[in-house]
Design a binder for this molecule. Structure first.
Ligand SMILES: NC(=O)C1=CN([C@@H]2O[C@H](COP(=O)(O)OP(=O)(O)OC[C@H]3O[C@@H](n4cnc5c(N)ncnc54)[C@H](O)[C@@H]3O)[C@@H](O)[C@H]2O)C=CC1
Ligand SMILES: O=C(O)[C@@H]1CCC=N1
Length: 264
């Protein structure tokens, strides 16, 4: 497939570019890239990819165009891509706005685990996207993980707040516990291993069966020991309310990202 990637050296763009090349989903000669800093000397070990000089050249060489730039950079692209399949990673830029480029629009919401080939990237296809396009989208996203189609565009905002947040909330929890242990004088190495046990190993017990979270919580509460005391204190201090406030704020922020309409 002839694919153009705008934002090819960014966080997600670089992960996708690497995965597409390494998995042979896009041949180097069919891969057109664009970034702001100009071609690097090496792109994940592939010297035979094509670096476009500007957006129109990338569009002209590509059937599928992936937009991996920040939402604030969307309008500046002045993208005109009539008849092309356009796959946007941008949070907060709706299909109605993207359709101004004249392409068939799909929005996907990857996450930072893309850099380890483990993004979960749900996507929404606007009207006009064909069955073949949907296969193409799923193949492209397999370059850095797994994906599922969504039936509703507004669910992309939920995906932005949840899988889109990547390592953010585990990091918040890990950092809070680490700070607590340090403040209580635990040696650094033991503090780190303790947090990994509580956050990373604990989370692994939910892998592939996250619905058992409720069962674990019930079991700890029924046990009525030290962990039950901790869980009750966390709820009383507003843990669930804090999570809900965080997700509400992220959704609101994704709706405000684009800012007021200027000249297109
Ligand atoms: N980083 C993440 O965890 C997630 C990001 N996203 C979305 O993915 C998109 C990309 O995000 P990141 O990779 O994190 O951003 P980034 O800032 O790492 O990469 C964006 C790249 O686009 C380049 N760029 C900007 N304007 C350009 C132009 N006119 N021509 C060529 N290149 C241009 C920038 O130089 C930069 O290298 C964003 O819209 C973001 O909302 C979605 C889900 C998760
Ligand atoms: O924090 C952000 O803005 C990026 C975009 C969507 C999720 N993470």
């Amino acid at each position: 497939m002839k694919l153009g990637l705008i934002g090819a050296t960014g966080w997600l763009g670089s992960a996708l570019g690497k995965g597409l090349l390494e998995k042979g989903i896009v041949a180097p000669g069919d891969f057109t890239l664009l970034n702001r800093g100009g071609p690097p000397s090496d792109y994940h070990g592939y010297s035979d990819v094509f670096w476009a000089k500007d957006v129109p050249e990338l569009v002209q060489r590509s059937e599928i165009i992936v937009l991996s730039v920040r939402p604030q950079d969307w309008r500046g692209l002045q993208l005109a891509a009539p008849g092309k399949l356009v796959l946007s990673f941008m949070a907060g830029v709706p299909c109605a706005e993207l359709q101004r480029c004249g392409g068939r629009i799909v929005r996907a919401m990857p996450n930072a685990a893309a850099e380890m080939g483990a993004s979960y990237s749900p996507w929404f296809a606007a009207e006009g996207v064909t069955v073949d396009d949907r296969d193409v989208v799923s193949r492209v996203l397999s370059g850095f993980g797994t994906s599922d189609p969504l039936d509703r565009e507004d669910h992309i905002d939920l995906m932005t707040a949840v899988p889109g947040s990547g390592a953010a909330y585990p990091s918040l929890l890990a950092q809070a516990i680490l700070t607590y242990l340090r403040d209580h004088g635990l040696p650094e190495q033991i503090a780190r291993k303790s947090v990994e046990a509580a956050v990373c190993d604990g989370a692994r017990m939910l892998e592939g069966r996250v619905e058992s979270a409720a069962t674990y919580l019930e079991a700890y509460l029924d046990y009525n020991g030290t962990t039950a005391a901790g869980l009750r204190a966390a709820s009383a201090a507003g843990f669930e309310a804090a999570v809900s406030a965080a997700l509400d704020a992220a959704i609101r922020a994704s709706r405000d990202l684009l800012g007021p309409e200027e000249n297109y």
